[in-house]
Write a protein that binds this ligand. Structure first.
Ligand SMILES: [Zn+2]
Length: 63
């Protein structure tokens, strides 16, 4: 039972670590997108638009 709880705790910790890492990474990318005027990431589908002010997948305007 002790080992079982430890494994659950380890998985939970890894999951939280991953979420924190992904959140931090997204924040960095957002800052980068603000500085770049040519390329941007679509907020609707996440597609990285390299040219133009409209997403070619979902027709979302550049934010
Ligand atoms: Zn899109």
């Amino acid at each position: 039972m002790g080992l079982y709880l430890f494994i659950i705790f380890a998985i939970f910790t890894a999951l939280i670590g991953m979420i924190v890492y992904v959140t931090g990474k997204n924040k960095k990318e957002d800052t980068y997108t603000d500085l770049d005027t040519e390329e941007w990431d679509c907020p609707e589908c996440g597609f990285h638009v390299q040219a133009g002010d409209k997403c070619i997948y979902c027709d979302t305007e550049k934010p």
